[in-house]
Design a protein around this ligand. Structure first.
Ligand SMILES: Cc1cc2nc3c(=O)[nH]c(=O)nc-3n(C[C@H](O)[C@H](O)[C@H](O)COP(=O)(O)OP(=O)(O)OC[C@H]3O[C@@H](n4cnc5c(N)ncnc54)[C@H](O)[C@@H]3O)c2cc1C
Length: 414
């Protein structure tokens, strides 16, 4: 039996690919099964003082994604001997990645595009895994989606289930059992409400014997599980730190648009149209309402300077991070002014992160086949990414998971 832990971007993909190949897959997911409209209820509480956004539920953080599907780290992975070009193309097809049609771009986004163009900046459309025929722009992608109009990892979980995989929600992995360096099995715990799974409603720990485990619990929980199991991991954390810079433009109604529908890429950061309620909180003092705010996200390639311990997550901005944030914010300010935002009202939010990764990187904790030093123990999530992409990582996580599935399918066939 193959045990997969976590149903986010990496776990759902590997589950689907292995189940479609006829392999015996059991996936456990700590969080509940939710409809996309409820995904916002699954955001995790802050860890330490750090604002790191992620969710615990079926589909993981893909449930609250804004549907951005860009290729990241392709060249960097190639230099490590990992070519994911075929898998990326496959993922783009399956997720139907495309720019949104003009009809789905709002007034604020169009103003920012024009302003960036006037300033000679390399503005381009953001590739999206949003189905335009089902999307009525409302600005709520990161709450879930009121109309279920975007791809989430639950689409792959459903495919895996149809192909015969066993999927258990509200069921968390506690520990991997390793004896004398050999993988023996896992301890899992049925957590909460779901009494339809396994064979009883008891909540005690249960042992499952297996010699193949794929950990896909995300870049914060995967290293914690490894640490509990005696494998060193948890350093090198990045989170693609971002701020939202914005100001007042009366009645622009930008907050109801699809966020991040366009993109201005730079070497060390990207800029994309973005509304934040944190801007509103501050700009209320100037008499602004939500409908009066126009903003731009500045997302940087931060340094792998953070750390995950069993109790806490530590991540501070390095001098270089601050420099990239300042450079990006300066450009964002120029675009906003050019778009008509009153310069004296332009402010920034505090730094946050939504793409944790790097805590069990390729070359350090896993090899190029994503296997740890323990035979049969593989990783399939953002923890394996060696560097901060500074841009949305879902497509690359999916591509790596597809490559891992091929490796395991070959292993089974041998
Ligand atoms: C608001 C927001 C918007 C985003 N928008 C985009 C976007 O548009 N495009 C993009 O590319 N990226 C986006 N991201 C980032 C993207 O969602 C993540 O990078 C991606 O989902 C990470 O995939 P993963 O497989 O590493 O982990 P996750 O998707 O987080 O999945 C990990 C899963 O493991 C489960 N789990 C944890 N511990 C255990 C355990 N002990 N036992 C069992 N299960 C466990 C969790 O509940 C979770 O379901 C966004 C993130 C946020 C928060």
């Amino acid at each position: 039996m193959i045990i997969i832990v976590g149903s986010g971007a990496g776990g759902a993909t590997v589950a689907k690919e292995l189940a479609l190949a006829g392999l015996p897959v059991t996936l456990i997911e700590k969080g509940p099964l939710l409809i996309t409209q409820q995904a916002f209820t699954a955001y995790d509480a802050r860890d330490n003082d750090l604002e790191l956004l992620k969710t615990t539920c079926g589909g993981g953080s893909t449930m609250v994604s804004v549907g951005n599907g860009v290729r990241v780290l392709q060249e960097e992975l190639k230099s490590l001997g990992i070519d994911i070009s075929i898998e990326l193309a496959e993922a783009e097809q399956e997720l139907k990645v495309n720019p949104l049609p003009d009809s789905h771009l709002g007034k604020g986004t169009k103003l920012l595009m024009e302003a960036a163009y006037n300033l000679d900046l390399p503005i381009q459309s953001m590739p999206k895994f949003i189905r335009p025929s089902e999307c009525i722009p409302c600005g709520k992608c990161s709450f879930g989606c009121p109309r279920n109009a975007k791809w989430t990892a639950m689409d792959f979980i459903n495919e895996a289930k149809e192909a015969g995989a066993q999927i258990f929600f509200n069921t968390g992995l506690e520990k991997i059992i390793i004896e004398k360096g050999k993988l023996k099995g896992v301890n899992i715990r049925r957590n909460f409400q779901d009494t339809t799974i396994l064979n009883s409603s008891d909540q005690t720990s249960q042992y499952i014997k297996t010699d193949l485990v794929i950990l896909a619990a995300g870049a914060i929980e995967t290293p914690r599980i490894l640490q509990k199991s005696g494998i060193k991991a948890g350093n090198n954390l990045f989170m693609d730190t971002f701020v939202t810079v914005g100001g007042i433009l009366k009645d622009i109604e930008f907050y109801e648009e699809v966020m991040m529908a366009t993109l201005v890429p730079f070497d060390n950061f990207i800029l994309a149209p973005h509304f934040s309620t944190f801007l509103l909180e501050k700009l209320k003092n100037y008499g602004a309402q939500g409908k009066d705010i126009l903003g731009i996200m500045v997302k940087i390639k931060d340094e792998n300077s953070g750390q995950v311990t069993p109790e806490k997550v530590f991540k501070q901005n390095t001098l270089q991070d601050v420099r990239f944030l300042a450079e990006g914010s300066a450009v964002a300010g120029s675009i906003l002014s050019e778009a008509g935002v009153k310069p004296s009202t332009i402010i920034s939010t505090h730094p946050r992160g939504a793409h944790p990764g790097g805590t069990a990187p390729i070359g350090k904790i896993v090899d190029e086949n994503l296997e740890t030093s323990v035979k049969g123990l593989f990783l399939s999530d953002a923890s394996v990414l060696p560097f901060a992409p500074g841009a949305p990582p879902i497509l690359t996580i999916i591509a790596l998971a597809k490559r891992l599935a091929q490796h395991i399918i070959k292993k089974y066939a041998d």
